[in-house]
Design a protein around this ligand. Structure first.
Ligand code: HEM
Length: 409
């Protein structure tokens, strides 16, 4: 079998027009789980499914080098950060993240989250607010407290806005606007100052805190991380925790449209976890991940040479009919007794987190989303009439009205 070509000479516009469904529509039309296309100025093989995910994520075939337009890379990936590394330096840095996000640490993050949620509920009692914005604030505060970042070091509302903006604006293919970049630089400066002060003892950070771990972090040869690299890893820790806000919104969206799940999850943590996983599978977040071949291999009769690009369609894999029964329906029951194949449920990447580029924050994401589903199940707010549609053309997606909720008095 040969990998077919997209019928259009350039697919950049088709990607912008179709958003999350770009790949799905092409796969269907071409009757193939992979195709070649010209995207954002370069040729790439766009692929999806379990086998494609395993080729993409396992065996160190791909790096993230030049994998996105550099404007976007600067908002999301950070020069010198874990995602830009490969081989032993990557393994070493990844271990630092895995330690910061281990099971015990996730428990503490969820406790911090519950505490901050209660505070915010009281602050906003009786008000109508977009749940998305509220989620960003609650998650920023919980992440700061959990990471051991002293309260007096930061304006939490300002930081919540900056971190959310990085994700909100980062996924367009076109140039990222100057405001988004400037806001990001402000956050970088803040993180650098924080790292410097933790190192010098000016800022007080507990011995086991994440901020201390990063400040004291070293590379695979034992050299301390340069201050600016430590600073981007601070943002790499805080920003995606705040991004979980999207899944909090989607969890409430799911329960609002399938009200039977309120009773099912309120006192059943396992049911809440199944809802969280179905939220991660069903709702749109990262559409695709792109990579650059770093060692030659063959797949589907095609030679992949160093420098070639591939794009793994995460959304299409999460909705692949070969892997999921009725993928277009929200059915948390599908995760009852689920074996946990690393390359089928891939909203946060495939393969193994410890050795590849799979997200190290998956357990944290599932735990936060599941816990919030339980907190929301007791109906601390109502969902007023509004436009609940989620456009699959807008990346990253959110309900039209950012899911406004009316907090109980
Ligand atoms: C909001 C939900 C989240 C989503 C949808 C998400 C998504 C992803 C995806 C798709 C990747 C793989 C990128 C690739 O293959 O190059 C990734 C990597 C990563 N994620 Fe997440 N993530 C989430 C939450 C988190 C959390 C809570 C953390 C940590 C606090 C985190 C930290 C990271 C880091 C550091 C990487 C880079 C790993 C590496 O290159 O080895 N993410 N994430």
């Amino acid at each position: 079998t040969v990998i077919p070509r997209s019928p259009a000479p350039d697919d950049t516009l088709a990607f912008l027009r179709n958003g999350y469904l770009y790949g799905t529509r092409r796969f269907r039309k071409l009757g193939s789980d992979a195709f070649e296309a010209r995207l954002a100025g370069t040729r790439a093989v766009v692929m999806h499914g379990r086998e494609a995910a395993s080729v993409f994520y396992e065996g160190d075939r791909f790096s993230r080098e030049r994998a996105m337009p550099s404007s976007v890379q600067h908002l999301l990936q950070d020069d010198g950060s874990v995602q830009s590394l490969e081989g032993p330096p990557h393994r070493h840095r990844k271990t630092m993240f895995m330690r910061m996000l281990d099971d015990a640490s996730v428990v503490r993050l969820v406790e911090s989250f519950e505490h901050e949620w209660r505070r915010v509920r009281a602050e906003h009692a009786g008000q109508e607010v977009p749940l998305y914005d509220l989620g960003n604030l609650v998650l920023t505060r919980s992440a700061l407290a959990w990471a051991g970042i002293p309260r007096d070091r930061v304006d939490d509302r300002d930081l919540a806005g900056r971190l959310a903006a990085m994700v909100d604006r980062a996924s367009s293919i076109g140039p990222v606007d100057r405001i988004a970049r400037a806001r990001r630089r402000g956050a970088e400066d803040w993180a650098s100052g924080l790292v410097a002060d933790v190192r010098s003892g000016l800022a007080d950070a507990g011995p086991d805190s994440a901020i201390r771990t990063i400040a004291d972090g070293s590379d695979d040869h034992g050299a301390p991380l340069p201050e600016e690299v430590a600073a981007v890893e601070v943002l790499n820790l805080l920003r995606p925790i705040v991004a979980v806000s999207r899944f909090l919104v989607f969890a409430v969206h799911a329960m609002h449209t399938h009200p039977q799940w309120h009773a099912a999850v309120e006192h059943d943590a396992d049911a809440a976890t199944r809802v969280a996983n179905e939220v991660r599978r069903f709702y749109p977040f990262f559409p695709v991940i792109s990579g650059t071949v770093q060692r030659p291999f063959e797949w589907r009769g095609r030679d992949f040479e160093p420098g070639d690009r591939a794009v793994l369609d995460l959304y299409a894999t999460n909705h692949d009919e070969r892997l999921w029964d009725e993928p277009g329906r929200f059915l948390p029951e599908r995760f009852q007794g689920w074996e946990g194949d690393p390359n089928t449920l891939v909203p946060q990447g495939g393969g193994e987190a410890a050795t590849g580029h799979r997200c190290p924050g998956e357990a944290a994401t599932i735990a936060l989303t599941a816990r919030f589903a339980q907190l929301a199940a007791s109906r601390p707010f109502s969902v007023p009439d509004q436009d609940l549609r989620i456009s699959l053309r807008h990346i990253p997606a959110l309900p039209m009205d950012r899911l406004r909720v009316q907090m109980r008095a």
